[in-house]
Design a binder for this molecule. Structure first.
Ligand SMILES: NC(=O)c1ccc[n+]([C@@H]2O[C@H](COP(=O)([O-])OP(=O)(O)OC[C@H]3O[C@@H](n4cnc5c(N)ncnc54)[C@H](O)[C@@H]3O)[C@@H](O)[C@H]2O)c1
Length: 414
């Protein structure tokens, strides 16, 4: 069994569900929220730590990072330095400088680093990867990835405790990996350039005055991929919950269904170029390619099983996982450079090739541009989480947030 420690007990708990089946054993957990930590410690009967440095002294092989969204890179670097393999929740890095530092560290330590991006492993996305590799629709010309996840004011507040919590300060381009990663996985393409726009919370939206969120509601990112195709990704807080992925190829189209059962896949050819044995249109529910029963028992459409599985496999075999540090940083860079683009009204920004270009690493190694509060605290000229500037939070939103936070045992310190 691979001995694993988990940081962050909320999302971190979901890794634990499929850990055993993939050959991993949870041995320690770490969280600064003591009450939640001790509850989880009892539930899983493992060692608990509030101090990350002490946690890293525990006897284990690998660390899974499910701490705050914007603090993964420094935690990953420490864990790699301490000799552990790392699987990190999204996002991998919050600045371009962190991207350079993380890549350098993975190369230096030669440990396994994997981004825990689970959406590529939905059954229809794995099937689209299989079909794409067989040449079913030719080469991607245009793709779409949509991660649309609206929530009620109560639910949003309950998973965002604190006015400085990352969810209340996240620019709208930053949660893009659930939309983009499946397209990259299906087509084996890499982002090279972005243009993006953010969409504000409109005054006519009844949630607008009730949320303590400093960011914009959503964004549209156009990403140029390394084969010259264009991918449009959207997320996160638009109404109409769902995940959709669509690939237009040079000789066909694949997408999961928008209506009825979204697990169904549609493959479409045009009559004028169908090959022998092909049908113009087929719609079916694909099966997972491997370990289907285990996958069906876990969350996020089976995705949570496969991230554990591929991480464990990478450690066992020593082979780099698909979502390695280069792809992880490239996806984070789409979020960061995309936000720079949105800040500049949609101007193009490059996604540097840190894998192959040392001069790109040199160019970005001090780029600490970041709208998160901790960065603005030390460098006041940093951007705001909204492209529309500093958003004020209404008294009603403040009171409502405090009420919901109290219900989950969180008291805001003024
Ligand atoms: N892939 C998915 O489907 C999926 C789903 C949910 C969340 N996530 C990701 O998982 C991560 C965590 O999400 P969440 O919803 O649980 O966030 P959260 O903010 O609710 O939880 C983060 C946890 O980390 C703890 N923490 C913060 N700083 C710490 C430190 N210095 N040391 C130890 N613990 C610390 C916090 O106390 C908290 O319990 C995020 O990156 C999020 O994007 C991914």
């Amino acid at each position: 069994m691979i001995k694993v420690g988990v940081v962050g007990v909320r999302r971190g708990s979901s890794f634990i569900n499929s850990a055993k089946e993939t050959g991993m054993e949870l041995v320690a957990i770490c969280d600064i929220w003591e009450e939640k930590l001790h509850e989880a410690g009892k539930r899983y009967n493992v060692a608990t730590y509030t101090d990350y440095d002490k946690f890293l002294e525990h006897d284990m092989d690998a660390v899974i990072l499910a701490n705050y969204f914007h603090q993964h890179a420094p935690f990953a670097i420490k864990a790699l330095d301490a000799g552990f393999h790392v699987m990190s929740e999204t996002t991998a890095v919050i600045t371009m400088a962190e991207g350079v530092a993380l890549i350098n560290k993975v190369e230096e330590t030669k440990k396994i680093y994997m981004l825990a991006e689970n959406y590529p492993y939905f059954r229809y996305n794995q099937e689209m990867r299989r079909l794409y590799r067989e040449g079913e629709i030719g080469e991607m010309v245009y793709g779409e990835g949509e991660y649309v996840h609206p929530m009620s004011v109560e639910d949003k507040n309950k998973i965002s405790p604190g006015f400085r919590h990352w969810r209340n300060n996240l620019p709208a381009t930053y949660y893009n990996t659930h939309a983009l990663a499946p397209i990259m996985y299906i087509t084996d393409t890499i982002p090279v350039k972005v243009n993006a726009l953010c969409i504000p919370y409109l005054d006519s939206d009844e949630q607008t005055p009730l949320l303590p969120q400093k960011g914009d509601t959503s964004s549209v990112i156009l990403t140029r991929m390394n084969n010259e195709s264009v991918v449009r990704t959207i997320g996160v807080n638009l109404r109409g919950h769902g995940n959709w992925y669509r690939i237009h190829g040079t000789r066909g189209l694949m997408e999961n269904l928008r209506t009825f059962d979204q697990q169904m896949l549609r493959v479409k050819h045009d009559a004028f170029e169908m090959r022998e044995g092909e049908v113009e249109e087929r719609i079916y529910k694909p099966e997972f390619p491997i370990l289907a029963d285990a996958a069906k028992r876990t969350g996020h459409g089976g995705g949570d099983f496969y991230t554990d599985y591929f991480f464990a496999e990478a450690i066992r075999t020593g082979k780099t996982p698909y979502f390695d540090v280069y792809r992880a940083v490239a996806m984070s860079a789409v979020a960061i450079q995309g936000y720079k683009s949105a800040y500049a009204h949609g101007a193009p920004y490059e996604i540097p090739d840190f894998k192959n270009s040392l001069s790109a690493r040199e160019e970005y190694k001090n780029d600490n541009w970041c709208p998160m509060p901790e960065f603005k605290d030390v460098q006041p000229n940093q951007p705001y989480p909204s492209v529309y500037g500093d958003k004020s939070i209404t008294e009603e939103a403040k009171a409502l947030a405090k009420k919901y936070w109290k219900e989950i045992g969180y008291e805001e310190k003024e």
